[in-house]
Ligand binder design. Sequence first.
Ligand SMILES: [Fe+2]
Ligand SMILES: [Fe+2]
Length: 362
Amino acid sequence: MMSRSATRVARSVLTHVGPRYFSTAVSRGGAASDVAALGGYVHGGAANFVHGPAKGPEKVVVTWMRVPVLGSRNASTLALGERQQEEEKKKVQAGSDGGAAAGGGGNGNKSIVSYWGVEPAKVTKEDGSEWRWNCFRPWEAYKADLSIDLSKHHAPVTFLDKVAYWTVKALRFPTDLFFQRRYGWRAMMLETVAAVPGMVGGMLLHCKSLRRFEHSGGWIKALLEEAENERMHLMTFMEVSQPRWYERALVFAVQGVFFNAYFLTYLISPKLAHRIVGYLEEEAIHSYTEFLKELDKGTIENVPAPAIAVDYWRLPKNSTLRDVVMVVRADEAHHRDVNHFASDIHYQGHELKEAPAPIGYH
Ligand SMILES: [Fe+2]
Ligand SMILES: [Fe+2]
């Protein structure tokens, strides 16, 4: 019995994990498909587990078995009484009928209902039109500082500086080999890595603040802002280039290695970790400069800027990919300065909390 259940669970996990991580299908409109799945759940779908209506205690088991398929969002359904479940069923059924209209990341997810009474926020733009992004809000949009000095470089002097510098240089070699001059893909793939250090550093500082009962000087927020900003770079570039299945697999593997490597490095030596990111950002500036050259030469088509970029960086409506690369490059220069600064604070024998963090760049 156990091995049979285990086989079913494994099959279900593979069925769902495989396409999610390695499929080249565009994931826009995910909310709609979620709702469709939810509809299936309510109507006795999830055929992997259920053959016919469940009764009594069996029903509890069946519901639990569905959790891996549909995610923890629906696990709370266990707490509902029969009547409430019926009501939810009707609501979701009605909602799923309109679910197909839900747009990617937009506010069209009207079909999602909840019995917790949490109303989705109604957000509008300055001109009064509806704000279409759930992944960020108007007050998080900003104008990038295009006047930032792009040529600044931290000359490696100490042993750790040299370790950081040559680590980054060594990482560039396979990257150049793999992507060559495909700068659109290169940018998209590198952003999947670039968004990791801020999150790891922010998380570790967060835990440190809790452990030591002390303030962070704003550095938790600054690093998490960096991670979010990098992730928005990725959300933008994936509108221009779609990853292929083997690129998704590569990201999967690289993330597993890089997250853990950076986590350990930050635990052992935060000054080395921040210096590595400082040099990674210097490389990012170089990559985006090359990207701009290719756009200017016409080898990469200067397509209109994705809508998400226009709203995030408050760009003019007729902006192009070139404008987007310009603002992203300015962001990278800001990250470079923040991380070299953080490393310098450690080098001078201080803790980050002693120097107010440069928060609110956005
Ligand atoms: Fe970035
Ligand atoms: Fe960056």
